[in-house]
Design a protein around this ligand. Sequence first.
Ligand code: FAD
Length: 514
Amino acid sequence: MAELSLRTRQDVLERLGRDTFDVVVIGGGITGAGVALDAASRGLRVALVERADLGSGTSSRSSRLVHGGVRYLRQGAIGLVRESLEERARLLANAPHLVRPLAFVVPRFRRGRAQALGRGAGVGLWLYDALGGARLGRHRRLSAADATALVPGLDARALAHAWAYSDATVDDARLTLTVARSAAGRGAALATRCVAVAIEPPAGGVATVHCRDELGGGLIEVRARAVVNAAGVWSDAVRALADGDARSELRPAKGVHVTVARAALPTTAAALLPAPDGRFVFVVPWGEVTLVGTTDTPYGGGLDDPGADEDEIAYLLDAVNGAAAQPLERADVVGVYAGLRPLVAGDSRRTSDLSRRHRVDERNGVVTITGGKLTTYRRMAEDAVDLVSERVLPGVGHSRTRGLALHGAAPATPPPGVPRHLHERFGADAPSVLALARAEDLGRPLVEGLPYLEAEVVWAARSELAILPEDVLERRTRLATEVRDRAAAAERVAALLAAEPGAVAAPGAAGEAR
Ligand code: FAD
């Protein structure tokens, strides 16, 4: 197994201070991980520094959809939808175990505010098919009975009929981890809990990024010919590290999700449900829970932990209750999480109207990549490294990631003897996780009633750079929003991590839902 642990982190920190890299990437979300993979697969020497954990920013707080974005058609964003659908196809091919097709239902209601939702949906879905959506099958009309067979939580009496189409779903945090591991497999030096605190623009062709090791407290000077700022909603702050006069480019928008027990909102497909303000929210089946989200509001507060307020939770429950057979109550909510979209500033007042397109620019030798979507990360990374090649490192070849299989890529169906749960999370590594469970007596479930095994925690510490309990609870697994009794899960995870060599003492109780 390729080790990626606290022990290898120490080696990486030494390498960061010693070597001169071609590219240093700041930020270990999906964008930074994608840039590291794109650059490493073009043969460049790559370093990546992430101030917390891989995926700990926005990249673990999305709706977990790999999609073209039906709703962007309403905004006329044809190019974005086509590009996203191309990337959806690539992701399905490059990580078939992790990115899975999912049926989506758009209900057409007989009356009330919900009635507007399905109106015109047939035309929009026809266009979606034409732009590449049909690669997973053409959209089709469903009877009310067929729609409630897929989404039993819908109120059948209120339904006229429905439309169905296909998109895909992914564990966003594990996708980020998988892309980062793919980069590490091609020689990239990845250090988490390592924060960039100052940038000296290139002098004599080499820039220096000053970093602080958040665990050991030491300072490291990382030298590289090019710097890529992939710090998501923090990218304005990172831009300012190199250029005190830098203008603010971002308009962060907050998005809140809730999870509810599957029994409270039963579904086997995703669904789009109308919200009171004319938007719609997604309902997505996820393990033993159903995900409901998202809100989309301008955000001017602190970036580090946006949190959700009761009004936002009520908005999501209200959207479901306008269409559900059984109304949801606040007590049905199992978990809550909030994320910030790194949207590029535009003229629109509503953040939901701002483009999901990305922007790449270069100033003072620092290439900044902002905006975009989880789905389009590969294309964003390609564009960022192309600009690096154009402005700073001439002669670098073209991107090689279009058909590049991601770490652990395996067919969608598990081989005999491998449980589906492990296969979908670990792909080709799943048999090794099973072997670890057998060899070290770690085959017990972490939490009664959920499929996560104790071995997954130990595997995460040894091969996935999980350091603190929150890394495991929130990102290597999604327990933080899948169980009510987080304290018991956190205690078990902390005990398993503490038994690993060089373990870091966990600060406070981890695993709180956001
Ligand atoms: P981040 O994931 O935030 O990564 C930036 C990283 O930089 C962070 O990990 C941070 O810790 C690190 N960092 C910051 N400062 C420093 C520093 N000084 N030194 C070192 N590291 C630093 N997209 C889809 O395609 N499908 C969806 O279903 C979807 N749903 C969404 C739902 C919501 C509510 C939101 C908010 C977004 C959604 N998106 C979706 C968009 C997608 O999640 C984001 O575009 C994407 O995750 C952004 O990734 P990123 O790497 O740019 O930013």
